[in-house]
Design a protein around this ligand. Structure first.
Ligand SMILES: *Cc1c(COP(=O)(O)O)cnc(C)c1O
Length: 426
């Protein structure tokens, strides 16, 4: 891929971009270049109006009747009770999942807990969860908590970041119950080969649980074709569902009805409104639900997912990589010798939709950039992270962001005291 050599060349690429029109669907704060859509996606323009309608009409007027489907007599009813599976069904094509396998509920952490427990139930004679030492901490914490709860008989076997397929094959022995991985590393953006690793897990008799937090809405996915058994992911990152949006979960049809969610709440019951005293699991994906769904969050997430309708995910991936390559090429040429070390894989096919730089002063540099309107983020101990969201970012944004970074470095601005203090959320 050749890197555009001027701002004008970037503008020309944007003029020819088949996805350019999608940018107009989002609220992008004036004077900002937002490179953090991998942490909190932007606001779709349609969201405030949709939420206002849900609040004023469905909640305000319809009240309890909104749980059911619209009634021809009263005109009231909003189908709230079906929202977790309805929104899951809308999301399924983005995940490469046939109908009936995706639900939207709870948080990614809670869904990990449920699905990891279900996967272990399906391999009762095995004791090992294989994962990556650099996996997102909540994934490891959830596994540790579940292991303790199950009596400490299981073991978490962690491979280093960058372990090869051969390393995973070696770790997947006859004690391996589950291979639990984030497809894209939150820290480096490194992308695992889902198909090859799922095949390796299956060859060893293990199941797979994929965390798609940095994949869903960021790259084409093929959960069914790639042989995933279970998957979870976030609604508030590339899916633009809003802060704390409900998460999603996927259970391959072949496992539905074979294992039971450990959080056996009434929404996972075969007939919640029969109010039976004993738990009887729903036979389908609804079994993974637990309690009353958060309708406001689900409504906002549904709008976020709607923004992907009509998007060719191959085009989205091509643009994501073009933006990432542009960032790498510009930083390495314009900021050579200034301490930025690429922390993401150099090979495009092995990267998700973010580019990370190691730098000893990553924190104050990130703060100085934010003060100039270029919003990326920092991940301890020394990573400057830029996320590329192809639906609303342009080549010229990357050009301008690197220009700002060059100015931050040339002016030594990052040394100012105001850029040294750390907030609670980085
Ligand atoms: C962002 C992220 C999460 C967050 O989980 P929550 O339960 O939504 O807080 C989990 N896993 C990965 C890989 C992430 O990147």
């Amino acid at each position: 891929m050749t890197i555009p050599s001027s701002r004008e060349a970037c503008l020309a690429l944007d003029a020819a971009d088949p996805l350019a029109g999608f940018r107009a669907r989002f609220h992008l704060p004036a004077g900002q270049i937002y490179l953090d859509g991998n942490s909190l996606g932007v606001l779709p323009l349609a969201t405030p109006e949709r939420l206002a309608r849900v609040i004023r009409e469905e909640w305000g007027e319809g009240l309890i009747r909104s749980w059911n489907s619209p009634s021809p007599e009263s005109g009231l009813g909003a189908g709230w009770v079906d929202a977790p599976l309805r929104v899951g069904e809308r999301l399924a094509p983005l995940l490469g999942a046939a109908p009936g396998q995706v639900a939207v509920a709870d948080s990614t952490s809670v869904n990990l807990y449920k699905l990891l427990a279900m996967a272990l139930q399906l391999r009762p004679e095995r004791r090992v969860i294989v994962s990556e030492a650099d996996n997102f901490p909540t994934d490891l914490y959830i596994a540790q908590g579940l292991i303790a709860q199950l009596g400490g008989r299981h073991e978490l076997r962690l491979l280093p970041a960058g372990a090869s397929l051969a390393d995973y094959r070696a770790a997947l022995d006859d004690q391996a119950a589950v291979l639990m991985l984030s497809q894209v590393s939150y820290r480096s953006g490194a992308l695992h080969d889902m198909r090859a690793l799922s095949a390796a897990a299956h060859a060893a008799g293990a199941l797979t649980l994929w965390d798609l937090a940095h994949s869903a809405g960021a790259l084409p996915l093929a959960l069914d074709a790639d042989g995933a058994d279970f998957a979870v992911g976030c609604g508030y990152k590339y899916l633009n569902g809003g802060p704390g949006a409900p998460a999603f979960l996927y259970i391959a049809r072949r496992w539905q009805g074979q294992a039971t969610s450990p959080l056996s709440g009434w929404f996972g019951h075969a007939q919640p409104f029969a109010f039976e005293p004993d738990y009887r699991p729903a036979p389908d994906i609804a079994q993974a639900l637990c309690g009353t769904p958060p309708i406001l969050g689900l409504s906002a997430l549904e709008v976020g997912i709607e923004q992907f309708e009509g998007v060719d995910m191959a085009q989205l991936r091509a643009k994501s990589l073009a933006l990432s390559e542009l960032c790498i090429g510009l930083v390495e040429s314009r900021l050579a010798g200034q301490g930025f070390v690429l922390a993401s894989p150099r090979e495009a096919a092995r990267r998700g939709s973010q580019v990370c730089w190691q730098h000893p002063q990553a924190w104050p540099i990130c703060q100085a950039l934010i003060a100039r309107g270029v919003v990326g983020d920092f991940r301890a101990p020394d990573i400057l992270r830029f996320g590329f969201t192809p639906l609303y970012l342009r080549h010229v944004d990357v050009w301008d962001a690197v220009e700002q970074l060059a100015q931050v470095m040339a002016s030594d601005e990052w040394r100012q005291a105001r850029f040294q203090a750390r907030g609670k959320v980085t």
